[in-house]
Design a protein around this ligand. Structure first.
Ligand SMILES: O=C(O)c1ccccc1N[C@@H]1O[C@H](COP(=O)(O)O)[C@@H](O)[C@H]1O
Length: 219
């Protein structure tokens, strides 16, 4: 099965071009004001044009209200919404019905028991994203560059469609693929030279590292 790869937190044409050149299946835009990766919905709408027919454009939101979601959907025209806050299953269902878009629900993982939290979302969320819990004092619910123990994913039902996220980079992606064998990957700060500053060379290195790790496993 093809491994989905989402490069998240894109703000520039150059970074987006590097993500597409590497073969990203998804490109993500952050709509959380406190994030150094925040982008205005209209600017994301302009950027995402380059991805049409190449990668799915994902709008990342955190407990957003309908007015902001309306603006994002109208101006950015996402292919998918990533809900990275404490949205309930009812709220996910409501948003899904309102926009008719696929929903990726982010859940924060520290230990195996946290995976139980997917249950009420099954049949509502189209995909899950497992990210590490933010460190104490962080203002960001994601994009903290912190990994969790990927071994907890080994016990997950094989039918669960998800992206592994949190602290991935070119140096650790081989271990992540070996330990969790996820159907998808999501990376943000691991391809940045500074918070919110994507580095096209690091994006390219990440794709190379993924390919090398997969070739090693196939050999
Ligand atoms: O990246 C952010 O600033 C962000 C803000 C609010 C919600 C989610 C956010 N990012 C998500 O977190 C993952 C993991 O990031 P990292 O690779 O550990 O830096 C990122 O890909 C986004 O989906």
């Amino acid at each position: 099965m093809a491994l989905g790869i989402k490069i998240c937190g894109l703000k520039t044409d150059k970074a987006l071009a590097a993500a597409l050149a590497g073969g990203a299946s998804h490109v993500g835009f952050i709509f959380f004001a406190k994030s150094p990766r925040y982008v205005e919905p209209a600017e994301a709408g302009r950027l995402r044009e380059a991805a049409i027919g190449k990668a799915k454009a994902v709008a990342v939101t955190v407990d957003a209200g309908d007015v902001f979601l309306d603006e994002i959907v109208e101006k950015m025209r996402p292919d998918m919404l990533q809900l990275h806050g404490s949205e309930t299953p009812e709220r996910v269902a409501e948003i899904k019905a309102r926009y008719g878009l696929p929903m990726m629900k982010a859940l924060l993982v520290g230990e195996a028991a946290d995976l139980e939290r997917i249950r009420p979302f099954v049949g509502i969320a189209d995909r899950f994203l497992f990210d590490a819990k933010p460190p104490k004092g962080s203002e960001l619910p994601g994009g903290n560059g912190i990994a969790f123990d990927w071994r907890v994913l080994a016990g997950l039902d094989a039918g669960v469609d998800y992206m592994l996220s949190g602290g991935l980079n070119a140096a650790n992606i081989g271990d992540a693929l070996r330990l969790a064998n996820p159907p998808g990957l999501d990376i943000s700060s691991g391809v940045e030279s500074a918070p919110g500053v994507k580095d096209p060379a690091l994006i390219e290195q990440f794709f190379q590292a993924v390919r090398a790790a997969r070739d090693n496993r196939a050999a």
